[in-house]
Design a protein around this ligand. Structure first.
Ligand code: SF4
Length: 391
């Protein structure tokens, strides 16, 4: 028996003030945009893709499995439960570590892309049964002689959500804060169709999120024209795709006929100096052109903004704020992120970062002084308050 375990978002965000402006905003999106198809399951922001993939493999190989949503870090597992699988992120690793330490008679497999030295003690302890850590799903299946299979969403039957579809992996750019691997790998169309078929048969959705980091870089992007029609045949309620890309790509691409509902544009900061410092493939001019083109095409515009880059000043924040104000009638919602310093990025080489600095939930960064931290906080409050009025 395998247990596919997922930490409930309420447990991950237990320290977060539910009345904070950030919580009001993010809770507000799902309430106010529900008629547009913004549906999220209660326990997680989106269906965990790793669970669908592992579930498909276990199903095909006749292995019994179940999902378990973890709502308390006091939970314990023992071998009679079976082998417990977790996908570890920087945001949930402290909870998983505690659960493993609570469960000396448990059996665990950990996947994900974190720095695995965090689990050295558990891995090396003879009392623990941490079978593997950091293994890919493909490697785990091969090691256990399990045949590969399309994803299955049967553990999430009829769940209302925005499913994620990956058509390519990687990105051709190398922005200094980003940890996405360089280069594009195209997902075979047979895999895309298997995934879409499972989504249409097992999930309840009106929108699909295209997981490609910079939509348009992979040559298969035009297949949305056909896929949109095909999905609508299976699910007449389908409204379209949400994609994420750069301002330059919005300008370059022919978006017509691709069934695109909304584009998340990597604006980050509306300041040429900062965009160039971070090697972002965008300029203020391109961002404006992208906003105008999306309006012209009737596609919703969602700017992504990063708070906390060390170069930001009150003047640069004001420029970003003014940009948002200028286009507020055309903005569907704003994705607001705190700067996170990921391992292996150019930014990680440039600043002296701590473990906490990897956490995108935390606005305070160890490498900025108190005055700059107050500025970041003030801008964050202003932007979230404004974003709330835009919804
Ligand atoms: S364009 Fe986006 S995905 Fe690509 S490197 Fe820059 S931030 Fe990362």
């Amino acid at each position: 028996m395998y247990i596919l375990a997922q930490i409930h978002t309420d447990l991950i965000n237990a320290d977060q003030d539910q009345n904070s402006i950030e919580s009001q905003y993010y809770n507000g999106i799902w309430k106010k945009k529900a008629d547009d198809g913004y549906w999220r399951p209660e326990a997680y922001w989106e269906i965990p893709l790793w669970m669908a993939k592992v579930s498909g493999i276990l199903l095909k190989n006749g292995k019994s499995h179940a999902k378990h949503i973890v709502t308390t870090d006091e939970v314990t597992y023992n071998k009679s439960h079976g082998i417990v699988m977790f996908s570890v992120l920087d945001s949930n690793k402290h909870i998983i570590k505690k659960i493993i330490n609570n469960s000396p008679d448990g059996a665990f497999i950990l996947g994900g892309y974190i720095d695995w030295s965090y689990f050295d003690d558990e891995y090396e302890s003879e009392a623990m049964n941490l079978y593997s850590r950091g293994e890919t799903i493909e490697h785990w299946a091969k090691r256990n002689e399990l045949k590969d299979a399309p994803p299955s969403y049967h553990l999430f039957q009829d769940e209302k959500c925005i499913p994620r579809l990956t058509m390519s992996k990687g990105c051709n750019h190398m922005c200094s804060f980003c940890s996405i691997p360089k280069g594009i790998t195209e997902i075979p169309m047979s895999d895309i169709m298997e995934n879409l078929t499972a989504m249409c048969e097992q999930l309840d959705f009106e929108l699909i999120y295209i997981d490609d980091k910079t939509f348009g870089q992979c040559r298969n992007h035009r297949s949305l024209e056909f896929l949109g029609l095909w999905i609508r045949g299976m699910n007449p309620a389908f409204k379209g795709f949400i994609v994420q890309t750069t301002a330059a790509m919005v300008k370059k691409l022919d978006l017509s006929g691709l069934h695109i509902f909304a584009v998340e544009v990597g604006v980050e900061s509306y300041n040429d100096d900062i965009l160039s410092e971070y090697r972002k493939p965008a300029t203020e001019h391109l961002i404006k052109l992208a906003a105008q083109k999306l309006k012209h095409e009737g596609i919703k515009f969602i700017p992504n903004i990063i708070i906390g880059m060390p170069e930001e000043t009150s003047r640069t924040y004001a420029r970003t704020y003014n940009f948002i104000e200028r286009y507020r009638d055309d903005i569907f919602s704003i994705n607001i992120y705190n700067l996170a310093v990921y391992d292996g990025t150019e930014l990680a080489d440039r600043v002296d970062a701590t473990e906490d600095d990897k956490d995108e939930m935390k606005i305070k960064k160890s490498f900025v002084d108190e005055e700059k931290h107050k500025l970041d906080e003030a801008f964050s409050t202003m932007l979230f308050s404004n974003a709330l009025t835009i919804l």
